[in-house]
Design a protein around this ligand. Structure first.
Ligand SMILES: Nc1ncnc2c1ncn2[C@@H]1O[C@H](COP(=O)(O)OP(=O)(O)OP(=O)(O)O)[C@@H](O)[C@H]1O
Ligand SMILES: [Mg+2]
Length: 281
């Protein structure tokens, strides 16, 4: 699927492993909604930022959120782990069910929710601590005290984030001494260390050079299947390369949602077509 998207858009493929991995996916994984959003409205004070959003995000797939600046992509992403709760004066209507639980329900424990639903931001934000401590931080908070167990988790997470071989001999060095691309992979390792089910990524590569971007895209392809990934991107080629599903947002509304290939090759809505052809946004 990804090959044909890239072909139709004349996009160079950087990762052939991703399409191989896709064909290994059990069928059931591609049809299980992991995140079910129903009639979601979202407000910053009196200003409504999201309007009646309903969509099912499928387990184990990569879903791209695209759309012009200010259309609500980040706002929507942040509703999935309730990061918007940190912004005063915000409120929502509707529901979001993550792995069978309504996350805005009274019983939701935010620490557990954010363990299950990890997040990686546009600007890498490592703590001013050592590489090791950045990755060990989450597991420690969640109760892992044993040193060798922590070392195991740190190694596994850094391996998974494709960073281990670059840092294994300097785990005690400050994370801030790493390059931007390495810092972003460290943030991914930090998110993986608490064993999430879902990874939310808000333009994770937009501040990176092409080579570091390619590493992040390859990494997403590697993580696909084991995690449900929702990624915001402004880069149409990137959406075509990394995602199975694409949701196009405009003015706080979900205009179109479907298989990435279909969205990019035969969009149903004129607005989608205009956006992906670069006519606005
Ligand atoms: N903290 C906030 N307080 C008030 N309004 C906000 C806040 N964050 C976002 N908004 C508003 O909500 C709307 C959606 O913004 P959002 O950041 O979700 O868009 P976006 O699609 O992620 O844009 P971009 O592509 O530029 O990152 C915008 O009108 C924005 O001004
Ligand atoms: Mg944004």
């Amino acid at each position: 699927m990804r090959h044909s998207v890239a072909h139709n858009l004349d996009i160079p493929m950087i990762n052939t492993a991703s399409s191989n991995k896709q064909s290994e996916q059990p069928q059931s994984q591609t049809s299980t909604p992991c995140i079910a959003v129903r009639d979601l409205n979202f407000y910053y004070g009196d200003t409504q930022a999201l309007f009646d959003i309903s969509l099912d995000i499928e387990a184990g797939l990569v879903t791209a959120l695209i759309g012009p600046s200010g259309c609500g992509k980040s706002t929507f992403l942040r509703t999935i782990n309730r990061m918007n709760d940190l912004i005063a004066g915000t409120r929502h209507e509707g529901e979001i069910v993550v792995s069978g639980h309504e996350i805005y329900g009274k019983k939701t424990d935010l620490v557990s929710l954010r363990k299950k639903v990890g997040m990686v931001f546009q600007r890498s934000n490592p703590f001013p601590k050592s590489i090791f401590e950045n990755v060990a931080y989450g597991p420690k908070i969640h109760g892992t005290k044993n040193k060798s167990r922590l070392a195991e988790i740190v190694e596994k997470s850094l391996l998974r984030a494709d960073l281990w071989h670059e840092v294994k001999d300097r785990l005690g060095d400050s994370a801030l001494a790493l390059s931007g691309g390495q810092q972003q992979r460290l943030c991914i390792a930090r998110a993986l260390a608490v064993d999430p089910e879902i990874l939310l990524m808000d333009e994770p590569a937009s501040a990176l050079d092409p080579r570091s971007t390619a590493k992040i895209e390859n990494l997403i392809a590697e993580l696909r299947g084991d995690y449900t990934i929702v990624i915001v991107t402004h880069n149409m080629q990137q959406a075509g390369r990394v995602s199975d599903k694409t949701a196009f947002f405009c003015d706080g509304k979900l205009v179109e949602y479907g298989d990435t290939e279909a969205i990019f090759t035969k969009p149903q809505q004129q607005q989608t077509e205009d956006y992906i052809r670069g006519r606005f946004g």
